[in-house]
Design a protein around this ligand. Structure first.
Ligand SMILES: [Fe+2]
Length: 165
């Protein structure tokens, strides 16, 4: 069989065209790496935060990484459903994440809030672009999945920024 640019997708009875699925797999895998990276940044904040707002931030960060856990699973499973392979190993996430590396030495609650604010805002921006890309390609389901993630990120960003006034 002739090798095509979509040759790395596995066979599926899903009726989306291979070119559409290839676009969505690209967007989803990029989002997966960023989301898994952010998940670990939030966990790091949950573990290391200190200061007078410890209890509230420790709990808030746990809520955030639980949200990211759930959506990460949905993203990776969508990749496999449409014929791709999730870029889900630690090594791939580290190589592919577009987020700035999270500092390991942060302790102060507001420093964590600022560092997470920057990363939530960055991811929210690329996810919003991914909604348009997958919608225009004709994959309404991936666009919908990303729209749900976008709402989650926007809400978390609000909660983080509310600490910074
Ligand atoms: Fe914990």
């Amino acid at each position: 069989m002739a090798k095509t640019k979509t040759g790395h997708l596995h066979a599926t009875r899903n009726d989306l065209g291979a070119n559409v699925r290839e676009i969505s797999v690209g967007v989803l895998n990029a989002t997966l790496a960023d989301t898994m990276d952010l998940n670990h940044a939030v966990r790091m904040a949950h573990w290391t935060v200190r200061g007078p707002h410890f209890a509230a931030l420790h709990t808030l960060f746990e809520t955030f990484y639980n949200q990211l856990d759930e959506v990460t699973d949905d993203i990776a499973e969508r990749v496999i459903q449409i014929g791709g392979t999730p870029d889900g190993t630690t090594q791939l996430v580290a190589a592919k994440s577009r987020l700035e590396a999270y500092p390991a030495d942060l302790r102060d609650g507001i420093d964590h809030v600022k560092a997470l604010t920057a990363r939530y805002a960055a991811l929210a921006k690329t996810v919003r672009a991914g909604i348009d890309t997958t919608d225009e390609a004709g994959d309404a389901d991936t666009a919908d999945l990303l729209t749900g993630l976008s709402r989650t990120l926007d809400k978390a960003l609000w909660m983080l920024e509310a600490h910074l006034d």
